[in-house]
Design a protein around this ligand. Structure first.
Ligand code: NAD
Length: 268
């Protein structure tokens, strides 16, 4: 079977370098190339050397348009503004795209939805297998325990993370809210400071910790009267996200236009 040519948008980033390493190590994949932020110092450097996997003879580019044309599918882990542009570009060129960027606003998410009307798109705030199983467990527990159990979601990430709470924490909150038949926007309490008053019944609380090189911890607490149930996931290596994203890219090629998540990719 022909190899799937995958292009990495944001190939100089923490995730981009992991993606390059995973693509070259995965059977059935070929690296179509990679682009960095236009004007970035690494443009022209060897993409394999940048990713720490040795020379690949492919230079880091700066044209997402050209990269998309040369790819069967693209993977984008960049910034919210860049991602929205790339989704529109992929749609105009008819190329499938996996989006891992988190923190998209409602407007940016609707740009991604508009692109997904024309091309297949995977939008996943967390591409790890463990977190995607956790999403299902959280929904199940939220439904079984009912609204008299208070839900709090605590996450910790490295000091370079720019959005808060994490996209994964919000996805966990959405899973719990949906299982209770409410929308997260109605019940979310994002951080507390000062005299906040007692906890509103049915609230889903969020707390975000930032520090060091923490890859990503998520802790979902169900607090009842006299007992607590806690579900925890700890990522210790970001290679898990790259593996999931590459799996999503392989799955996405050949799918009809539409917006998909890891649930569909992993068949959960
Ligand atoms: P990073 O800052 O290390 O990398 C982002 C890269 O994108 C940078 O190198 C930046 O220069 C580049 N970039 C910005 N604009 C660009 C453009 N127009 N074209 C090409 N490249 C551009 O960040 P990171 O840790 O790699 O994370 C990137 C995103 O992925 C964040 O939103 C993060 O939250 C998310 N993330 C998602 C998952 C997941 O499982 N889905 C896992 C980890 C991180």
């Amino acid at each position: 079977m022909a190899e799937t040519r995958i292009g990495v948008i944001g190939c100089a980033g923490r995730m981009g370098r992991m993606l390059v390493a995973d693509i070259v190590a995965t059977e059935g994949c070929a690296l179509a190339g990679g682009v960095a932020r236009p004007g970035a110092a690494c443009i022209g450097q060897d993409i394999g050397e940048l990713a720490g996997v040795g020379r690949l003879g492919i230079a880091v580019g700066e044209s997402a348009d050209q990269l998309l044309r040369n790819s069967d599918v693209a993977v984008d882990f960049t910034t919210v503004a860049a991602t929205a542009e790339h989704a529109a570009l992929a749609a105009s060129l008819g190329k499938p795209i996996v989006i891992g960027t988190t923190g998209l606003s409602a407007a940016e998410e609707s740009e991604v939805r508009a692109a997904a009307a024309k091309i297949p798109v995977v939008l996943a705030a967390n591409t790890s297998l463990g977190i995607n199983l956790l999403l299902g467990l959280v929904a199940q527990v939220a439904q079984r325990l009912g609204p008299d159990w208070d839900i709090e979601i605590v996450e910790m990430h490295h000091k370079g993370k720019v959005d808060s709470p994490s996209g994964t924490a919000l996805a966990l909150g959405r899973a719990a809210a949906a299982a209770r038949g409410v929308s997260l926007e109605e019940v979310a309490v994002r951080g507390r400071d000062g005299i906040t008053g007692p906890r509103p019944p049915g609230a889903i609380g969020f707390a975000a910790l930032r520090g060091g090189d923490a890859v990503g911890d998520h802790h979902v607490v169900f607090a009842g009267a006299g007992e607590r149930l806690e579900l925890v996931h700890r990522a210790t290596n970001r290679a898990i996200y790259a593996k999931g994203a590459v799996r999503a890219a392989l799955w996405l090629k050949g799918q009809p236009a539409g917006l998909y998540g890891m649930k569909e990719v992993l068949g959960l």
